[in-house]
Design a protein around this ligand. Structure first.
Ligand SMILES: [Zn+2]
Ligand SMILES: [Zn+2]
Length: 418
């Protein structure tokens, strides 16, 4: 299967536009949480995202699956509540294991609190919890003194099924296969064979246990998409993080090659990995296995007989302004070759500015900043921005004040193009 980027900014900042493939049997994956261990709020993790694991999978016949219930689950619930209105929701929830980052979203998923909805849960019996492990985990999270309301408020029908490694079953023609992964207190990898393509979800796994390594290779054999634990660098995995139950991009590449998977998705990013660190892992992995992606919150992967399509959600955080600037763009094409071309920048997103003023504006007051490109007679680059004052200092210029502004949403943005 081949790949295309669909009108989105690639993880390396290269913008590629290709029309989406139209196909009938499309299986869709949406990443709602991609961060391992604990949610992150640091700004330098915003681009890949800070919510813990949760992936939505929808088969061509609209059978819904949820892979893990980390903090990303809350946003999925809000999306369903918003987009499905009053229709009844039924979904199959595949849980890999009981570490916090895979279950912490459970109490915040609104569709659980609607009696008309129905959920089928699948996970293994933990030797620490005994029978009904997942049910216990869910009920314990909604118990005093950990949560304000108790589980009786969760009125959706809940059906729990315990599964184990090496099992296989079908849900409306979609085949689910499991395999044990090497992780403290146990973890299951899932393979989901749908009419649109095959997805393997194998997170929280440390390579090096021969039997489980082999089981995982069999589970991943010829998969269209392998979502794999790439929490650490190969160096961390070899030294300080040995025994923590995780893996690296390099192990993901090896597995992807050996199992002949078509696309590798690096997943479960370390909470201490900045976006730049993840960029580095992705770049290194792509040198070895070009069809690699770094899981990003809001990323969508569509699988069909026509191939695999990847889109990213809107990720430019600053205020956008239309303009026309000439630019020289260099980058890398989908086939790996480099290119350079002249282009027009049609809009820019701007976060803030530092100004030297004779006046002294009040901290936390509003400013209007109109920027005109020097020597631009027809004002085609005019930018009118509304800002709020966030910083004041005696100024870098003599007798002037230094003023920092953050641009805020303009209720009446002035288009600059016309
Ligand atoms: Zn985890
Ligand atoms: Zn874990």
């Amino acid at each position: 299967m081949s790949l295309h980027l669909d009108d989105s900014e690639g993880a390396l900042g290269v913008r590629v536009t290709i029309r989406p493939a139209m196909a009938h049997n499309v299986t869709k994956l949406v990443f709602w949480g991609v961060r391992g261990s604990t949610p992150t709020l640091e700004r330098d993790t915003w681009r890949y995202g800070g919510n813990t694991p949760c992936i939505e999978l929808t088969t061509p016949d609209n059978t819904r699956f949820i892979l893990d219930c980390g903090t990303g689950l809350r946003m999925l619930g809000n999306r369903w509540t918003g987009s499905l209105g009053n229709s009844r929701i039924e979904a199959h929830v595949l849980v890999t294991h009981y570490h916090w980052d895979h279950i912490q979203g459970l109490p915040f998923f609104h569709p659980f609190f609607e009696a008309k909805n129905k959920f089928h849960f699948y996970s293994f019996q933990s030797k620490h919890l005994g029978p009904n492990s997942l049910r216990q985990v869910l009920e314990a999270q909604l118990a005093s003194p950990y949560f304000p309301i108790n589980v009786s408020m969760m009125t959706a029908t809940r059906i729990f099924r315990e599964v184990t490694g090496g099992e296989r079953w079908e849900i409306k023609g979609t085949r689910i296969t499991t395999s044990w992964l090497n992780h403290p207190q146990g973890c299951l990898g899932y393979r989901i064979d749908t009419a649109g393509g095959s997805v393997v979800y194998a997170t929280d796994n440390e390579p090096g246990a021969p039997e489980m390594d082999l089981g995982l290779r069999q589970l991943a054999q010829d998969a269209d998409v392998l979502i794999y634990d790439a929490q650490y660098s190969p160096e961390q995995l070899a030294s300080g993080r040995k025994g923590w139950g995780h893996s690296s991009w390099l192990e993901g590449v090896k597995l992807a090659r050996e199992a002949k998977v078509r696309n590798l998705v690096l997943f479960h990013h370390d909470p201490d990995s900045s976006d730049q660190t993840v960029d580095g892992f992705l770049l290194a992995a792509r040198r070895e296995f070009p069809a690699t992606w770094a899981a990003t919150e809001g990323m969508t992967i569509s699988l069909s007989e026509r191939g695999v399509g990847v889109t990213l959600r809107e990720s430019r955080l600053g205020q956008r302004r239309r303009l026309r600037f000439a630019a020289t763009v260099t980058g890398q094409s989908e086939d790996g070759s480099t290119f350079e071309e002249k282009a027009i920048v049609r809009d820019l997103s701007l976060q803030g500015a530092y100004l030297c003023l004779n006046n002294r504006p009040r901290l936390q007051s509003e400013l209007r900043v109109v920027i005109d490109a020097a020597g631009d007679d027809d004002h085609s680059s005019l930018l009118s921005l509304r800002g709020t004052v966030v910083h004041f200092d005696p100024g870098r210029e003599k007798n002037q004040n230094g003023v920092g502004v953050v641009f805020i949403e303009d209720s009446d943005p002035t288009p600059s193009e016309d």
